[in-house]
Design a protein around this ligand. Sequence first.
Ligand code: ADP
Ligand code: ASP
Ligand code: MG
Length: 413
Amino acid sequence: MGLIVQKYGGTSVATLARIKNVADRVIKEYKKGNEIIVVVSAMGDTTDQLIKLIKGISSNPNPREVDMLLTTGEQVSIALLSMAIHDKGFPAISLTGSQVKIQTDDRHNQAEIMKIDNSRLRTELDEGKIVVVAGFQGVNSQDDFTTLGRGGSDTTTVALAAAMKADRCEIYSDVEGIYTTDPRIVPEAHKLEYISYDEMLEMANLGAEVLHPRAVELAKYYNLKLYIASSFNYKPGTIVRGVEEMEKRKNVTGVTRDEDEVKITMQGVPDQPGVAGRLFTALAEHDVNVDMIIQNLEYNNMNDITFTINKENLVRGKKVIHEIASKLGVKKIDIDKNVAKVSIVGAGMISTPGTAAKMFQVLGEEEINIQMITTSDIKVSCLIEKKYAEQAVKAIHQVFELGNAEDVEEKAR
Ligand code: ADP
Ligand code: ASP
Ligand code: MG
């Protein structure tokens, strides 16, 4: 017996039959005497559909109104799941982020959770109810709705588990756990039994959408183990946790791809001290995160600076870049959306020479040109032309021998 926080993502509540399946799974744990908080996402691709509506109305929508619309997606699924549980003869109550008082900062569309008031949740649990909470949403200091960024229901889940000191935190989706790479691209990808917070954080940041990066950060901060598994069966999933002492660290744990970045090249930037500082400070002040950066050799007292930003920030980023470019007298700005970032992640990489070289070599053998490179202790990323992204992931996954044939047989069954 204990307190369990479970989360079911969009695919797991995409249809009424699936919502009923989630109700059964939740009730199964409740009947064992556990207290249950269930976090759900919007049904299927509802959030994408809502974003499409916004794009049909405005190219520069007011962020507050965007959140007002996007939060409706999760409101539908919490009410339906609650009704499904009632229908099966069990007590449940649905609560929005604002009813729970999931307090966030004021950054609409990418808010961070500051505080969760657990009094309402506690009262409902004490009354014996299964509590169904809307993921992805909170409320700011003006009592306006905010959202946590795409995939943010994972973060709601971990934050609730931490605030309620849950005994278990379980995230269910359409995959059976965390794999060495996206199993949709590479069928021989291998399901990991465990993955460390740091490796998972890198993988999430580098494009593995299976978990929201902020959720992993919070789990690490609160030292909360996460269990990632499928909502369609009861096969064992993956545990995300700290690294155990004496554990053998794998050289490469996983491969990711990210197609959400845009490459920007500023040609003919004056070669003077402080120029890069001005450019990147201006971008940071406008909440535009810069990822990869290279500056080429100086010619005629000029440089070229190339960097990548997330395509979600492109409209805002472009404005800042053009302003600063005209102040600096930059000759030309080139924006390339036709890029993808492929990365390898592994905590043991730092002590294994030649890992990055092996990645570059296999890309070369595949005749894929590397445009930019970044590295850290536990990752290597290469920016390449978008059309080669899947080919690159497959080749890299194979050269590091991450898959295994048994997994393919298992999936075929
Ligand atoms: P949910 O809607 O339940 O939140 P998501 O679609 O956000 O689920 O995340 C699950 C998807 O993440 C899977 O369908 C899978 O294609 C993708 N994915 C990407 N990388 C990985 C990985 N390394 N391991 C497992 N799934 C991954
Ligand atoms: N519904 C939101 C999205 O699609 C949040 C989530 O699913 O986690 O991004
Ligand atoms: Mg998700």
